[in-house]
Design a protein around this ligand. Sequence first.
Ligand code: AGP
Length: 603
Amino acid sequence: MCGIVGYIGKNSVKDILLDGLSELEYRGYDSAGIAVLQDSNFSIYKAVGKLENLKNKTKEFHPKGFSIGIGHTRWATHGKPTELNAHPHIGENSYVVHNGIIENYQELKQRLSTEGVHFLSQTDTEVIVHLFESHLKRLKSPLEAFRAALDELHGAYAILLITKSAPDTIFFAKNGSPMLIGLGKDEKHFASSDTPLIGLCKDVIYLYDGENGYLTSDAIEVFSKSYEKITPVHKALPTSKLSAQKEGYRFFMEKEIYEQSQVISDTLMGRLSKDTILFEELDEKLFEGINEIKLCACGTSYHSALAASYLFERFAKIRCSVEIASEFRYKEPMMSKDTLFVVISQSGETADTLETLKMAQAAGLKTLVICNVDNSSMVRAADASILTRAGIEKGVASTKAFATQMVVFWMLSLYLAKLRSSLTSAQLAEQILLLREIPATVVVSDDLHEKIRRLSKRYLHGHGFFFIGRDVFYPLALEGALKLKEISYLHAEGYPSGEMKHGPIALADPELFTIALMPVNLLYDKTKSNVEELSARDSTICAISAVAFDKADDFIQIKEHKHYMHEFFEMMVVLQLFSLEISVRLGNDVDMPRNLAKSVTVE
Ligand code: AGP
């Protein structure tokens, strides 16, 4: 949800800022902007829409020598995606970029307006720069003014501020939105994630909530929330950016679908023995006194949690409930200490999920996070973490992260089954053999992809899609519908197969497309009856199954598998490719669909 970069040094500031922003563009692409301060002069460029527009605007801008700069790519929250609302935001002599939401911006805006400040934008961010300048008039010291401004801000933020009153300095603050400092040779950087820094820096400093300070070419000063000096810890940064490139695929999403076999192998690696699941990162004490698991997440991660709840109850015989994080936050939930609170997040930064983690901790619950990003806010906050090892996921529509979450959940349900003696050694050994076979089930064959590509042309219209399934195939249906909505902009819903007759079947006609998940190894006959009910009402049916179904208009055949979880994983790939190919035919931006962002760090 917005990406920010900053730079101090002698190298090409414009290219460094723009390259950094292009790595962060998945976080928001409503507008982008940069501000460069050199020899006490500001150069400022902003453009609405994709970063490409900003690149075109800055073609003739070639700053040389020492400079400082900040940049931003925006996912609009307050105010439309216009140039005036694009960051950096200007004061009289300063510029600011911000990721997050300033919750009390309206009252601050009102007060500053009475002091004679004229606001140019509709954003919450603009108050930061005016607040700083208002304090600067009084306090004279830029650092004191920056701190006084921070003291008045409520909400989530990662902030970079540059000012003519300290022309070699970038002031920064982090609270609830991600930011890190990169340490290069004779230069320093800021970024919202580590990807833009790979290749530029060997070491980084991950900032924690409440931390703030300033950078100059010779100094890195980091302070706590109460402005006590901190000695920051330097951490090594990976050196290869290769895995973040498209490698010949048309889209990152496509590459990420094809990568699933590999990243699932990585996720399993070192974690399987003959009849035991090994999670080195877990201490068995975490599960002592635990009688219930509560899973909490948003979007795709919520769908993996919902599917996991079936596995926890079935294999580990433990009560399991699932919550949508944005709902859980305000429902005044009952939380009891015999519940293990588990959050699931690809990014580890989703604001709603992070907040529920904090709530559970405040209520004294033990917490675990299943996450794809090490050192993310959730990983740092939870009592324990399991990393999903999906690698950098760039497509806004999550694919390989979901796949690896499901693998971790399957493993975790077996890990608990062992602890709780709810499965025998023989049963565990059998499950572990099945786990080992998942990488083979998600390999994309040319035939399958081609079949889906051809079929996709029949599904570009209609008045809606129903993805239906039972048991774990219900959350998979929800996920299939979400994928289609995100990148095709077609209306789609996921539904439990058996629930259609309780209302939605009224919509059935030839223009209603039913995508039926029909696993042979789980409740096949029950699902078949539900699909027949839809077929009888003339809904257009696309069946996904290992066996042909004579009432279907279209049929996507998966391989024959011996377990329903293998059918789950292969169908997952089918649904991902189905959405991808429909989106391609509709000419949409597959990797950066409209109105979305990869990491949702606002509530
Ligand atoms: C997935 O395709 C979506 N873009 C979205 O639903 C995402 O899963 C959700 O925002 C949660 O993100 P997280 O896993 O990073 O917490």
